[in-house]
Design a protein. Sequence first.
Lengths: 234, 234
Amino acid sequence: MQEYSEQKHFLFAVDCIIFGYDGQELKLLVIKRGIEPLKGSWSLVGGFISDTESSENAAVRVLKDLTGLDGIYMEQLYGFSEPDRDTVERTISIAYFALIDIQKYKQQINENYHPAWFSINQLPELIFDHSKIVELAKEKLRYNAALHPLLFELLPDKFTMPQLQSLYEAVYNAEFDKGNFNRKLLSTKLLLKLKDKDKLNSKKGAFYYMVDPNKYNEGFKNFLNLIPGQNAIK
Amino acid sequence: MQEYSEQKHFLFAVDCIIFGYDGQELKLLVIKRGIEPLKGSWSLVGGFISDTESSENAAVRVLKDLTGLDGIYMEQLYGFSEPDRDTVERTISIAYFALIDIQKYKQQINENYHPAWFSINQLPELIFDHSKIVELAKEKLRYNAALHPLLFELLPDKFTMPQLQSLYEAVYNAEFDKGNFNRKLLSTKLLLKLKDKDKLNSKKGAFYYMVDPNKYNEGFKNFLNLIPGQNAIK
DNA sequence: TCAAAAGTGTTCACAGTACACCCATGC
DNA sequence: GCATGGGTGTACTGTGAACACTTTTGA
């Protein structure tokens, strides 16, 4: 163990993995890097941490600065610290991931850094180790969403069961039985059935639901195992 | 977004939360801090990262340097970055947690920094935000161990079912039914029954088991929900 | 009236729980 | 032989999976 004064100092950054859903596909928000080198290359939303803020604060600030997005769900993903991960100068980065409904925030997004949504299955080349970071984020999203009511963050406030089911199917690249899906989600008691229907996607129309704000927090810890077959031990 | 050259640099450290089990209780390994200020206070095993290593490497190195421990299970816990968390100088720290069988590594531990095991329920005061870090580690341990075959890291290579059960009971502060516990664990097909018995703890003796090394990795992703009642959605 | 999508019902297999019971051994 | 802890058997309950069925409505 050595004295403080003998220690090296390093750059420290945050990167945000922003997943969005547009009703069809799971997408990732990337921007055009604004500084040299590699200016103009696709990059995660990221930036350096300042003197007085925590990485959590930095993630929120950077996201707002670069995209205009504010007040969205975020959690820490992982710290990346390979000495050569940033080719300019050694930079340690803590990655955060965020979930948003693309439609809902369409107005809010500013265009300064040319943000673009890419389908999670057709991502462009990203700078540094950002592709690796995204892979880890996808894994964590699937893992966490199976156990916690996370994915609601990706939907409008009002949504239908078929919409919710498509989202889960998009995230897990799988098809679920609608009957069982319905019952499972309703059994959580986390959803409130509304009186009106969405009639755009079907003739019969599907009832809207919303998350019960009173039960959301308590429900967060005791959610479901949503992935069929995952319970079975082979 | 700003240029690299304009950015502040920070100290960067790792801290290790080392959980151990001695057959009775779940314990935490702490050391006496070796540098001023607060020299001699109880602290997590930690140290500064060097120029050429990743935080993962640093965690392994620091652990070895300060305790002698080597080759043990470790995973990243969380990054801590509150500006005032280290009262000497701002230091960002990535915490790692490790699991070991206390008996097994008893010989290996060196005494330079006066390491001590404290029961997880009776921890001393720790420097900085280390108590908070430990709390988070305890949560993550319980969360992960319910879904992955983690806790075997805390036991000798050979262990009996009653031993395994006590460990789970210690980690979760709960009592499990021995019959059901047995069947559940055996249903994973992760355990190999050995021919010899442990006769120290009972007259009849309990068969030893070991983790099947061939199946360990594949089993890691598809483990159990071990906490009774957790499956139920209320 | 028919097609399409929403939503309900029904059956089956098996996992989780509780608890009674049998087994092996040292004293 | 009996107390002690290891281990097995079993009955009950609930959940998950599969899939057939009914409902609603626009074209």
